[in-house]
Design a protein around this ligand. Structure first.
Ligand SMILES: [Zn+2]
Length: 143
């Protein structure tokens, strides 16, 4: 199924759309990250936190994934992030994606204690990263 950012109202199932929009309005979409202008990652806070990955070209969703077990496809977490991106994407900064794909592959094999160490080390060095983490822990990224 192809989803167009400007047609969420007609292309998402009613219940998914409504719950996704509520999640967006409640500020549950956190830590939105645009990787290379096309790929996006975000955390959506619910009973559990879920990680949503999206690939969007020309406002068309080419790929989506969420780590939840909801039966809806796409789920409300994906819907929430789509609402976020449609309304807020102009605020996202582009960055240089060189080397990112290789790193993503390697990071997927790291054990949790190593990830924790790397996050703490980077947080100690970078105010931007602490701000980014702060948005995940308390903030509302819509502000
Ligand atoms: Zn989900």
């Amino acid at each position: 199924m192809s989803i167009h950012l400007q047609h969420l109202e007609s292309e998402l199932e009613e219940n998914t759309r409504r719950r996704g929009y509520d999640f967006y309005c409640e500020g549950r979409v956190r830590s939105v990250f645009n990787i290379n202008g096309i790929e996006w990652m975000a955390v959506v806070q619910g009973y559990d936190d879920h990680v949503v990955e999206l690939r969007i070209t020309n406002d068309t969703v080419m790929h989506y994934a969420c780590n939840c077990n909801d039966e809806e496809d796409p789920c409300k977490h994906v819907a929430a992030v789509l609402y976020y991106i449609r309304k807020e994407s102009h605020k996202q900064k582009r960055n240089d994606p060189s080397g990112y794909d290789e790193m993503k592959e390697e990071i997927s094999y790291l054990p949790p204690h190593v990830l924790r160490y790397l996050i703490l080390k980077y947080a100690a060095q970078s105010k931007d990263f602490r701000t980014f983490l702060g948005e995940y822990f308390n903030g509302d990224t819509r502000k």
